[in-house]
Design a protein around this ligand. Structure first.
Ligand code: SPV
Ligand code: MG
Length: 432
């Protein structure tokens, strides 16, 4: 039997550095490529541009590659133990930015009696810098639309933040934090009826029509690549909703959430302080079905939002509706509440999960904000939406600056509250 040599890679972008590693590897024996799955990548980097199957097809056809195997985790360790290659090869750049990974691999190769080959890193080109270029290249409606389902499949919980403008979208696109060697970033954006209406000085009562909301959403689409979940309010009349679905799909929006209310919609966070009329199960199911029949792609998602706990109904009603909406074809359900403890959401999730282990649950912890993502995920939630925070953060900041200018009748004191002019000038690439 030939000697085997293992290479771990994502292979979203094939560049001369990768080809060089494969060429070098082939000198040692049969080349086994451990191709990282979406799941393996998701907690550390952006999802690859291409799906696993597409990347596999590319790598299988590269000269020198003997076999492509899935690597399900970021760490190579399990695959090395499983396939016991005689060698593993890696560029020597991991000494600086992947020291822990390098250390683990040396240990496990020693354990299985294999050898680590390090080759000089190909200067001037690597996947991370090319990744930045991919963002600059942008995306297509089709790729963006599909990416929400891929994220749900790949991640333990999909993290979504509200965007109401190109600028707020840009922050969501780019902001990241490194914690325990993991890259934390937002996965997707929420186009909120509350913040879309409020930023136009209008109440959240479906007074801002779809065409107007799409104008602002278009600004977000122009400068971002991450998927978008659209707050479709009640979905309106069934006859109108089918057009909404197609319009959103055409724009590359991944999902619409519609809530089971009827008549004049008021924001859910008013709870029972205002009149909120819940739709009948039958009529809302008809709306879900009509939407599902109208969509063109199989990737677009219609998410049914249950307002029982907002409208003063009980858990049994919420669970009964969840089952009915899923039976009507909803791809996911959102359960909403304004209770501050989160206990009702927890009960709902745990009960729903007893019967249904696959349908993604969306939660919006605006009032129960002390609950962590880990906890939500343990309850069975799949998507967490921070639904209004970008607008809520900007309003007090703007108000403070406006008040400070008035108080001092000059801008000097307010200047300290603002970002430096140089920074705002350079914020948007291509400004100079
Ligand atoms: C929104 O963001 O518009 C929502 C969530 O629908 S909530 O405001 O909590 O109703
Ligand atoms: Mg809303």
């Amino acid at each position: 039997m030939n000697q085997t040599i293992y290479i771990g890679m994502i292979a979203d972008i094939i560049h001369p550095g990768l080809i060089n590693i494969i060429r070098e590897a082939a000198k040692y024996g049969d080349v086994l490529v451990g191709l990282l799955t979406d799941q393996a990548v998701a907690e550390h980097k952006r999802l690859p541009y291409m799906s696993y199957e597409q990347r596999k097809e590319v790598v299988e056809n590269i000269k020198g590659v003997t076999k492509v195997l899935p690597q399900e985790e970021w760490s190579y360790v399990n695959n090395l133990r499983k396939y016991k290659p005689n060698f593993i090869i890696h560029g020597d750049d991991w000494k600086t930015h992947d020291a822990k990974l390098r250390e683990d691999i040396f240990e496990v190769m020693k354990e299985i009696g294999g050898e680590v080959i390090e080759i000089p890193y190909t200067q001037g080109i690597n996947s991370s810098s090319l990744n930045k270029d991919i963002i600059a290249i942008g995306t297509t409606p089709d790729i963006r639309l599909k990416s929400l389902r891929r994220l749900i499949a790949a991640k333990s919980i999909v993290r979504v933040l509200e965007a109401h403008s190109g600028l707020s979208g840009l922050i969501i696109e780019n902001v990241e934090v490194i914690r325990n060697d993991r890259r934390l970033a937002f996965d997707a954006m929420w186009s909120s009826s509350l913040t879309d209406s409020t930023s136009k000085g209008k109440p959240d009562i479906e007074a801002v029509d779809l065409t107007t909301r799409l104008q602002d959403l278009n600004n977000v689409l122009e400068c971002t690549t991450k998927p978008i979940i659209f707050d479709g309010d009640t979905g309106g009349k069934i006859e109108h909703f089918v057009f909404t679905v197609r319009t959103l799909e055409r724009h590359g929006i991944s999902a619409v959430i519609i809530e089971d209310k009827t008549g004049l919609k008021k924001n859910s966070l008013f709870g029972t302080d205002v009149v909120q009329t819940q739709d009948s199960i039958e009529d809302f199911c008809a709306k879900i079905k009509a939407g599902k029949n109208a969509q063109v792609t199989s990737d677009f998602m219609i998410i049914a939002r249950i307002e029982s706990l907002i409208c003063g109904k009980d858990m049994t009603d919420a669970l009964e509706r969840a089952e009915a909406y899923v039976a009507a074809g909803a791809d996911s359900i959102m359960i909403h509440s304004k209770n501050k403890t989160g206990e009702d959401i927890k009960t709902f999730c745990l009960e729903f999960r007893k019967k249904n282990t696959v349908i993604p649950i969306v939660v919006v912890p605006t009032t129960f904000h002390h609950i962590t993502e880990d906890e939500l995920q343990q309850w069975g939630a799949s998507i967490v939406i921070y639904a209004n925070h970008m607008l809520r953060a900007s309003y007090p900041a703007m108000l403070k600056v406006a008040t400070t200018i008035l108080e001092h009748q000059r801008a000097s004191e307010a200047d300290k509250l603002c970002m430096p002019v140089k920074e705002i000038l350079e914020l948007i690439p291509g400004t100079k």
